[in-house]
Design a protein around this ligand. Structure first.
Ligand code: IPD
Ligand code: CA
Ligand code: CA
Length: 256
């Protein structure tokens, strides 16, 4: 299963890279900040065609076309282009994210970054890898020594979950906070030790499914804002190396 996910993630990611700067249609999805391009749709169509050819009875949940009703216990969860705003500016931080659930449990996933040619992968119980190299989260043990990332939701003007206050407080309590523009890559960067933690609100299953499996398989921890067990179907996420998790939750809970 993972080999097939990797195969199509690589194809779709290559398609994105080849079409950077070659967008013919940009549409707004309800807000001037939430964009979709013909390239998002092209990537999604390519991934769906691959699944329909190779696994015709599997269910699909894809960002741009929604959910199909599965006749099988398998469900593919697809973000055909995570980082669309970056992509429309030719800012080279974006990726493809594909995960597979079996009976509601994440079993495999891949996040492919075509700019760095990095394929982040994980299988349930099999560890996480980037281009075949085993991943491990950092051992950073205080917020003060940590570097975190976050993202802002498309409705940031409403300040959902007090996300602006969270950003302000983390800014002064950590070594640095980054805002890359791709939730899937933010999370994979925690898995591979480039970051110590990540939090965000108003995410969707396609943003987090693959990256959450990759992070937990790399030894990281993932919860909701109240420290509860994380589900990809909830909107809030805290993802870390595990060691700084409680300190992150303290900041978040204080500002809820
Ligand atoms: C977005 C990115 C961004 C995050 C947004 C997501 P999209 O996904 O992951 O980093 O801040 O909340 O919606 O729209 O580019 O697939
Ligand atoms: Ca996304
Ligand atoms: Ca997307």
């Amino acid at each position: 299963m993972l080999d097939r996910i990797i195969e199509i993630a690589k194809q779709a990611g290559t398609f994105l890279k080849e079409n950077e700067g070659n967008i013919s249609e940009i549409k707004e999805k309800g807000s001037f900040t939430n964009l979709v391009t013909d390239i998002d749709k092209g990537s999604e169509a390519m991934i769906k065609a691959f699944i329909q050819k190779n696994f015709p009875d599997h269910g699909i949940l894809a960002e741009e076309s929604g959910a199909s009703s599965p006749t099988s216990e398998y469900r593919w969860i697809i973000d055909p282009l995570d980082g669309t705003t970056n992509f429309t500016h030719s800012f080279p931080v974006y990726c493809v994210s594909i995960a597979v659930e079996r009976k509601g449990e994440l079993i495999a996933g891949a996040v492919y970054d075509p700019n760095f040619d990095e394929m982040f992968t994980a299988e349930k119980g099999g560890g996480a890898h980037v281009n075949g190299k085993r991943l491990q989260v950092t051992t950073t043990n205080t917020l003060e020594k940590s570097m975190l990332a976050t993202g802002f939701p498309y409705d940031v003007k409403n300040n959902p979950f007090n996300c602006v206050q969270h950003f302000e407080e983390f800014l002064v309590k950590t070594q640095a906070v980054r805002r890359l523009g791709s939730a899937a890559l933010d999370s994979c960067y925690v898995a591979c030790g480039r970051l110590d933690g990540f939090w965000e609100v108003n995410l969707h299953p396609w943003d987090t499914a693959a990256a959450v499996l990759i992070t937990t398989e790399a030894g990281g921890k993932v919860t909701g804002f109240n420290g509860e067990k994380y589900s990809i179907y909830q909107r809030d996420i805290v993802l870390s190396n595990g060691t700084i998790h409680d300190e992150m939750l303290e900041v978040i809970k204080k500002n809820l």
